[in-house]
Structure formats: structure tokens, C-alpha cells
Design a binder for this molecule. Sequence first.
Ligand SMILES: Cc1ncc(COP(=O)(O)O)c(C=O)c1O
Length: 464
Amino acid sequence: MKPRQPGRTSQVPMPDRFILDDERIVIMNSRQPSYPGCRGGSLPFWMLQEADMTFSSQPPSGNTSSSHSTHPRTQAGPSTRALHQGVEHDHPFHSLTPPVLHTAAYTFENTAALVAHKQNAHSDRLEYGRYGNPTVRVVEKRLAALEGGEAALLVSSGMAAITLPLLLLLSPGDHLIIGDDTYHRTRVFAQRFLPRFGIEVSTVPATDLDAISRAIRPTTRLIVAETPTNPFLRCLDLQALAQLARARGIWTLIDSTFATPLNQQPLQYGIDLVVHSVTKYLAGHNDLLAGVIIGGATLIEKLRDVQGLFGAVVDPGAAYMIHRGLQTLGLRIAQQNRSALMLAHFLEQHPKIRQVWYPGLASHPDYSVARRQMQGFGGVISFEVEGDGAAASRFVDALRLAHIAPSLGGVDTLVMQPSIMSYFDTPPEERQALGITDELVRLSVGIEDPDDLLADITQALEAI
Ligand SMILES: Cc1ncc(COP(=O)(O)O)c(C=O)c1O
């Protein structure tokens, strides 16, 4: 349903404090519990001690960053983490960058070496490209470290990151609960494909924990949710969800694509698996498809086996481009968070805009949840223009910087009307029930200069 009601009260302990730093909200909370499969310990993610990323407890002289000057600097900032974390620089020929290893197969010196490899199933030695690639492994380590997970599996698309865990964890007779504001194809897979295999599926309002609780059956095995959701940016209380599910022995999977590991770390709250469409912010340049699943090492190894069966692997060249994209993740996300927040405020007060959904606005139904569990609110804004679908199209067509395209999270600003893009084939009644009106526009803010984006949107609004 279209989210206009206020968000529910959350049981998550209030953060120790918020620090507003140039519109980026840093949430200091040292009371988060630690969970298996999560490298976190009891400290928040950005204060974790890691051998390669630990700083002296005193800030370096000359550091005037207001968000950190009030706290000992025990963890590198987001840009540094995205550039260094999780990857050792022990590449061949002392190269600074990781090699792109294009090979389908790995050779053995002799038969004895082959037999030794087969007998030691958990060795790092590789045998065949569908079971692993060194360039891909470099990216997996970095993504696991960024998300605060034990291990990561890079797969061929965001959809593969969603479908592989569902196919591994669910068996005939099992019950799945899924949020109603999840990515359209995720819901299609759950609602239309899984029942063919005797799996029962309940769809519940995306952020309604009471509805999730009521939907639980003795056979419920997995809860799949997205936060923030698409297109209404609804935010689910991650800690409350994890508590609810863990108490009943149910797995949880969160699609955190819209947040990125820099804005939100679901594993810290006790979520079992986090997935991202790497296609979006993580790769960041709208030039490749990939997905990632992050969680406990045992589960990820099982998923690696399933990946070997399904063949949903990433090409090493694409893996290198992801590695390259991750190097600027911190810069990109900081800029996109900042620009989107500014534009959301602007749109909200504009007379030609009926409603804006952005979790960094106090008017958003999940503002308090977002402030508590996110360090930034992301680059996607959804809004309804005054008038009808044609008015929305006139606005979209008048934009000069934004491209009309279905994706999000990359360096270019993209815009679309969901009713004629992802929901084009959905019957009007169903679209209406989901709140997808013709006047709804989704904007994925890129890294253009914020003033240019503002000027472009301002002139395009004249066309309504
Ligand atoms: C939130 C979310 N999850 C998953 C996907 C699927 O990702 P991919 O297109 O990489 O398969 C998308 C695609 O738009 C998405 O928006």
C-alpha cells in the first residue's frame, strides 16, 4: 500500500548521540549486540578494530573533521575503507592494482597435486572458473569487509544474489515472508516462481513488523525484505526484525542495495544475509551487472556450491571494474547523500510537487528509523508531481542532465516514471494498490554538481 501512515514505534535502543556533519548524520551507538556471522563485536561498524585499518587512538594532528574530532579515531573513514579494506596488496610483480585473471581452468603440476587438491576440499587452490577466480575473490573480500561480514559471494547480477539464497534455504513445504515494496522482480520470483516448487509465500506491508509477526507460521523459514525500499524508500527496523526472526529460528535476508554498506550495515543488527545489486552504487558507473551476498562464512560457502551448480558467475573483467568502482565509493556516496538530501528538501517545498518520499525528510513515515540505523539516506528520491501522468512526463522530458533509464546508484543522474518503466506490464488496479501512480517520478541522483542538478530540476518543473 502507498505509505502515508506514520512509522511504527521501534524497540531499538536510541543511539547515544547524533552528530550532524555537513548534512551527513553520524550515529554513535555503542550498545549494538554482536552476532555470529558478523565481524562486528559489540562496537559499531565504523569503530571496529581491524589490523590493517586501525588508527592510533588520537586523531592525527591537523584533522579538523567535526564528525570525528569529538571521538577517538579508531576506524578509518568511508573513503579510506572503500579503498583499502579487506584486500592485501600482495599482487604479482608488486603491482598496485590486482591482476585481472582471465582463465576458465587452473592447471596441476602432476596427478599427485590434483589428488592432494581433491583431498583438501577447503584449500584456496582453484580448479575451474565456475568455482572461483582470484580477481573475483579480491572484490569479495573487500565487500565482506565493507559490510562487516565474514565472507561474500560475488554473483552475476542482483537478481542472482536474491534467487540463490532463496533456492538454497527453501524446500518444498517451507513458508517465505516477503515485503510488498521490494524490487518488482524479487516479488515476481517469490510470488510466481517459488510456489511451483511447493514453497508458500506471504506478502506483507514492507515495514510492518506486527504484520510480519502475524504472518509467521511453524513452517516459516525465511523473511526477505528491502530497506530502504523501491520506490517509496520505506525503512524497516532491522534490529527489531532480527530479534523477531531469531527468537523463532527464522533466517533473515535484507536487500540493502539502496543504502550501500556505507549508509547501513544490517549484519550489525543480527540480520543473517545481506544482498546488493552491485550493478547500482557499488560498481557505480552503470556499465556492468553483478550482485553480492554477504554473511557468515559457512552459509556463504554453501552458497558458493549452489553458484557452482547454477553457474551465475561474474566475469573477471567485470570484477576488476567493480574493484575500480569501489575505490571511489566513499566520495560518490557522500556526494549523492548530500545532493539528494538538498534536492529532497527543495522538491518538498515546491508548489508543483504533491509529495516527496526521502528517508532523510522529517515528513517521511520512517524518518526516525532511518536516522537511527543509517549514516546517510542515499541518492534516490521519489515524488509525485501535481497534475497527471502527462504532467510528470513533461517534467521528465524537460530535464537536461538526467537520463531516462531504469537503473539507479551510478554516477549519472537517472529519472523515470515507475508506471511506464518497471510497472509498465502491471495491470492498473494492481499498480494503484501498490501506490504506483502515473504522477510518480523516481530520481536517482548522480555525482553532478548539486547546483547544476538544482537548476535543471527547477527549469524542468516549469514544464508541468
Ligand atoms: C533493490 C534492488 N534489488 C535487486 C535488483 C536486481 O539487480 P540486478 O539488476 O543487478 O539484477 C534491483 C534492480 O533494479 C534493485 O533495485
